[in-house]
Design a binder for this molecule. Structure first.
Ligand code: BJW
Ligand code: ZN
Length: 252
């Protein structure tokens, strides 16, 4: 048996407080493109980092709204993969568990997770770009992505925007505080499928390590978190997380 998997499984099996911290990589095997890898479809023509900004929305709201509506439609057609399901089960086995995600899809919830902390918001909570009034979702668009004029706010008429956190915007204060506290108190934090480049979220595993907890990283590629992680499990999360779950449970 692989020694690094055994070491990670022992850490998980003996931990009282477990945090799982996820990024785009956990949804990759469900068919949701990540941010910093080869982009497909619409993503090929536009730089995700430039579209995910308030400046892009101000300059061309129909382009940005159309891109997010296309992503919402895509998120509705895909399903949680074995990585999402194993994450839910690993947390269900722990005495005290927290799931923190940077993802704006709802695949953790659809895999049965509850109380998920969404640090970068959600594709499913649009709001007014001026007065922040929550807006109703219209039916998701069919077919090819394209420009869609955002609907006006019921209250003030300003364009509706996606309920996500763009570059330069503050993360939700309550969610971030809860996430930092859970990371600080974690015996084990499992970081899954994140490049660790976007702050302040990238600080979360570092907090666990600084406070003496063990960080396990699941990623097919090296990241800046490698030297901080007690164990680096190289591979796709839809394979590694189910293996970690199996290995961390007492054999019958
Ligand atoms: C697999 C896999 C498989 C592939 N299995 N793994 C400190 C230093 C430097 C800069 C900053 C700093 N503090 C703040 C900043 C600025 C900025 C920032 O971090 N910039 C850096 C890029 C340089 N941060 C911000 O602006 C943040 N706001 C802020 O700081 O506000 C301050 C403020 C305070 C008070 C008032 C006002 C302001 C906000 C950041 C928001 C990020 N938003 C996005 C878009 C969300 C909406 C959307 O989805 O469109 O969030 S950007 C994008 O990156 C998205 C993601 O959640 C986030 C992280 O990406 P993630 O998840 O790591 O994905 P990838 O694609 O990068 O990596 C995928 C990984 O998966 C790879 O490693 C693969 O190998 C792996 N993988 N297949 C497992 N099968
Ligand atoms: Zn409004």
């Amino acid at each position: 048996m692989d020694e690094t998997l055994r070491e990670a499984a022992d850490l998980v099996a003996t931990a009282e407080r477990v945090v799982i911290f996820t990024g785009a990589g956990i949804s990759a095997e469900s068919g949701v493109p990540t941010f910093r890898e080869a982009l497909t479809g619409l993503w090929e023509r536009f730089d995700a980092a430039k579209l995910a900004t308030p400046e892009a929305f101000d300059e061309d709201p129909a382009l940005v709204w159309g891109w997010y509506e296309w992503r919402r439609a895509l998120a509705l057609t895909v399903a949680p993969n074995p990585g999402h399901i194993a994450a839910t089960e690993i947390l269900a086995d722990a005495g005290h568990a927290t799931l923190i995600t940077q993802n704006v899809d709802d695949l953790h919830e659809r895999a049965g997770a509850t109380g998920v902390l969404h640090l970068h918001g959600s594709l499913f909570t649009p709001r007014c770009s001026a007065c922040a009034r929550p807006a109703a979702l219209s039916p998701a668009p069919d077919g090819e992505p394209g420009r869609i004029t955002p609907p006006p706010c019921d209250r003030c008429g300003a364009p509706i925007r996606p309920g996500v956190v763009w570059f330069g915007e503050a993360l939700p204060t309550d969610g971030l505080e809860e996430a930092v506290e859970a990371a600080a108190n974690a015996d084990v934090l499992i970081s899954v499928g994140t490049s660790g480049l976007v702050y302040p979220a990238a600080e979360i595993p570092q907090v666990t390590a600084r406070m003496g907890g063990a960080v396990i990283q699941v990623n097919p590629e090296p990241t800046p978190l490698d030297p901080v992680a007690r164990v680096n499990l190289r591979g796709p999360s839809a394979e590694i997380l189910p293996a970690l779950l199996r290995q961390s449970r007492p054999s019958t």
